[in-house]
Structures are given as structure tokens and as C-alpha cells.
Design a protein around this ligand. Structure first.
Ligand SMILES: [Zn+2]
Length: 221
């Protein structure tokens, strides 16, 4: 027996490495219930040009490996970092179709250089399909927040949310989810100190391990 035998996790590496070359496809508006939004976006990068899409992809594949080694069935919402999309609506639908026990979108932020720290984004009730999993998503979010802080040593965001937690009703990936789901914003890629950490593969492994531990804690509680 492994700890996560029989559990299904969907990991959504935010953005995609090919998005910049497909503006028409990516800028198409999709309905996320509380508003219309672009199908997907290009994401941010460090000042030295390490893209958020590449960071998200690397952390996600590392996390998938760890969770699979613990027995989980893991599905990713994209299969490489060279493609385009999928739309945020489809990213949510993949979690729903998989009947995931937990889903997580992996991102890093691009804010003012003086801002730093990580935050977890959880869904709000919007009178939509996510409403029944808002409570479970909040528990998942807190488990991920605690594990991330312990595993990475990064501080809570100095510029968004409270104690590393934020709740939003404008994200398609959350509004359309019928399974417990959160976003991690791992830090600020435009902050020199955090950018240096994110460029380090050993630190990305630390992030992946922390996220896997947070998911496991939620799934086992
Ligand atoms: Zn992002």
C-alpha cells in the first residue's frame, strides 16, 4: 500500500510555452460565468527571461512524479511546454472529467520588484458549479499553504491576501471546477531574490515536494 493509492490528482501547469505565437487563439474570449476572459494568457517571466510557463511546467512534472510514486493517478492539463493553451475553461473541465479528488493550478506572479512571497487562491461562491466544493477547496488551500511555507521557507505574500490566502470569483479555472481546486502563486518572478530561487532546479524540487505534501495532507485528512 502506498499513501495515495486510488486517489486522482489533476495538476494544471499555468499558461503554455507556445501561447505567445498564437495570440488569436489565446485572446479568444471564453465565458467564466462571472465575466468573459481570454482563453489563456502568456504569463510572466523573470527579468532574465525565464518564463513562468516553463517554471510552471517544471514544477508540475516534478510534483506529478512525486505523487505517482506515492500511488496517486495524476493527470496534467497539458503535455509539454511547447504547445498552445488549452483554454482556462478546458483546464477546469479536465479536472471535472477526471473526477479529481484534488486539483491544483501552478503559477508564479509578476508584480512590482519590491513585492515578494507566495499565496494560495481559493474559489468563492458565485452561484455556479464551484459552490459545492468551495469548503473543500478552502481546506485544500490551507493544507497547501502550510506545506508550502514549511517546505520552501518563502514568506506569505507581502502584497496579496492574508497570511498567504486569497479568495477570488474571477478565475475560470476555479469558477468552473466541480472538484476541490486551488491555485498556487509560488512567488514574484520580478523580485530578484525569488527569481534566483525559481531558476534553481533544486529549489523547484523543493516547491514540488512541498506542494505534493500539502495535497497528500488534504487527501489523507
Ligand atoms: Zn500565471
Amino acid at each position: 500500500m502506498r499513501p495515495l493509492d486510488g486517489r486522482v490528482v489533476v495538476i494544471d501547469p499555468g499558461h503554455n510555452g507556445g501561447n505567445a505565437r498564437a495570440p488569436k487563439e489565446i485572446n479568444r474570449k471564453v465565458n467564466v460565468l462571472t465575466q468573459w476572459k481570454a482563453c489563456d494568457t502568456t504569463g510572466t517571466s523573470t527579468n532574465s527571461g525565464y518564463s513562468e510557463a516553463a517554471f510552471n511546467w517544471d514544477v508540475s512534472t516534478r510534483m506529478a512524479k512525486i505523487l505517482r510514486s506515492r500511488g496517486a493517478t495524476v493527470k496534467l492539463t497539458r503535455s509539454s511546454n511547447t504547445g498552445v493553451g488549452p483554454c482556462i475553461t478546458e483546464r477546469a473541465a479536465i479536472g471535472n472529467r477526471s473526477e479529481a479528488d484534488a486539483a491544483i493550478s501552478v503559477h508564479a506572479d509578476g508584480s512590482s520588484p519590491g513585492n515578494r512571497g507566495f499565496h494560495v487562491i481559493m474559489p468563492k461562491k458565485i452561484g455556479g458549479p464551484v459552490d459545492p466544493v468551495v469548503g473543500a477547496s478552502a481546506r485544500l488551500g490551507k493544507a497547501v499553504r502550510d506545506a508550502f511555507r514549511e517546505g520552501t521557507g518563502l514568506p506569505y505574500s507581502t502584497y496579496i491576501g492574508k497570511k498567504g490566502l486569497d479568495y477570488r470569483g474571477d478565475l475560470g479555472g476555479l469558477n468552473l471546477s466541480t472538484v476541490p481546486k486551488v491555485f498556487i502563486e509560488a512567488g514574484n518572478m520580478r523580485n530578484a531574490g525569488e527569481a534566483a530561487k525559481f531558476r534553481d532546479p533544486a529549489f523547484r524540487q523543493k516547491i514540488a515536494l512541498a506542494l505534493a505534501n500539502g495535497l497528500q495532507h488534504y487527501l489523507k485528512s
